[in-house]
Design a protein around this ligand. Structure first.
Ligand code: AMP
Length: 301
């Protein structure tokens, strides 16, 4: 068993519109944002289909972060594309266009060397595919899962079937409400725990995140930034920082989980500073540690 993390999810090209401007063809996708964030702490295997249009430069960038790209499978067709537009209140966004491209008909196969990964993150894709991937892993010690309103509405039975196998469900407050039928975040989380997830991390945009487990609740604020430029990828980056730090520490105590959540918040606070994943290209461990210390000071009393 290795202390590496396997992530399946989308690798995408995004068109992004925020109140601050617009960017096209940004390298994005749930698995990309997760993998880049996690790679600051632990070895990552990236599993996703890409199209023939996927440029070598993007693959080289991912490899330069130490990410194992052998599971980045080139298929006939185009890479997944997503076009999102944020409201003035950037906690809200609309999907204007989504093109599954090479995801249509994709059946993921996990290579034998990757099946022993102890940490598995099922990024935001069709829950039917998430389940197919999960069943290929030998004995993961921690399974994380992210989903979104689209899948809650379109694939609820598959999502409900996989929840009892999930240690950490990562969703935002609107998704938690949709999944549980409860508008109140605490009641929603309790309902989701009753559906089988062992813990649920509810992301609340600029208001931070709350981890609910059967026996405890832990809340972190978002790092106070003067300007959030583009929130895309914040959730996946949060999850990547969190699982990356957990895998690196090898501990699963409540304390280790709380520290990892703070690292997740720190990573997310960087990715929102620029379009897509641009900010991550210049980020280094020193800047992460500096902000981690600022974060600790901010929440100490
Ligand atoms: P986040 O802001 O963390 O929710 O993640 C945004 C990323 O998710 C973008 O880079 C998109 O490419 C990707 N994405 C958006 N919708 C979907 C979807 N239905 N399935 C898979 N990935 C998606």
């Amino acid at each position: 068993m290795s202390d590496s993390i396997a992530v399946i999810g989308s690798v995408a090209f995004d068109t992004l519109e925020t109140p601050h401007g617009r960017a096209e063809n940004e390298l994005g996708g749930s698995a990309t944002h997760f993998a880049v964030a996690a790679s600051f702490f632990a070895p990552v295997h990236l599993l996703a289909p890409v199209g023939k249009d996927f440029p070598e430069e993007a693959r080289e960038y991912l490899k330069s972060r130490g990410i194992d790209c052998s599971g980045l499978e080139t298929r006939a067709g185009n890479t997944f594309r997503w076009h999102g537009r944020y409201h003035e209140d950037m906690n809200r966004r609309d999907t204007l266009h989504l093109d599954l491209g090479v995801f249509a008909g994709f059946v993921p196969t996990v290579a034998p060397a990757v099946r022993t990964a102890r940490y598995v993150f099922l990024g935001n894709i069709d829950p039917v595919l998430q389940a197919r991937v999960l069943e290929q892993f030998a004995a993961p010690v921690l399974v994380g899962l992210d989903t979104m309103n689209h899948w809650i509405a379109e694939a609820r039975p598959a999502l409900e079937t996989i929840l009892p196998r999930v240690d950490l469900l990562v969703i935002n407050d609107q998704e938690a409400a949709e999944l549980s039928g409860e508008a109140n975040v605490t009641r929603a989380a309790r309902r989701i725990l009753a559906m089988g997830a062992r813990s649920v991390l509810v992301k609340r945009g600029e208001y931070g995140a709350i981890l609910f487990s059967p026996g405890s609740v832990f809340a972190v604020p978002a790092f106070p930034l003067e300007q959030v430029f583009d929130p895309t990828g914040a959730g996946d980056t949060f999850a990547g920082g969190l699982l990356g730090h957990l895998a690196a520490s090898g501990e699963h105590s409540e304390r280790a989980l709380r520290r990892a959540i703070v690292y997740g918040s720190v990573l997310a606070s960087f990715v929102v500073e620029d379009f897509g994943g641009r900010r991550m290209r210049t980020l280094d461990r020193d800047a992460i540690e500096r902000r981690y210390r600022q974060f600790v000071a901010l929440t100490e009393f």
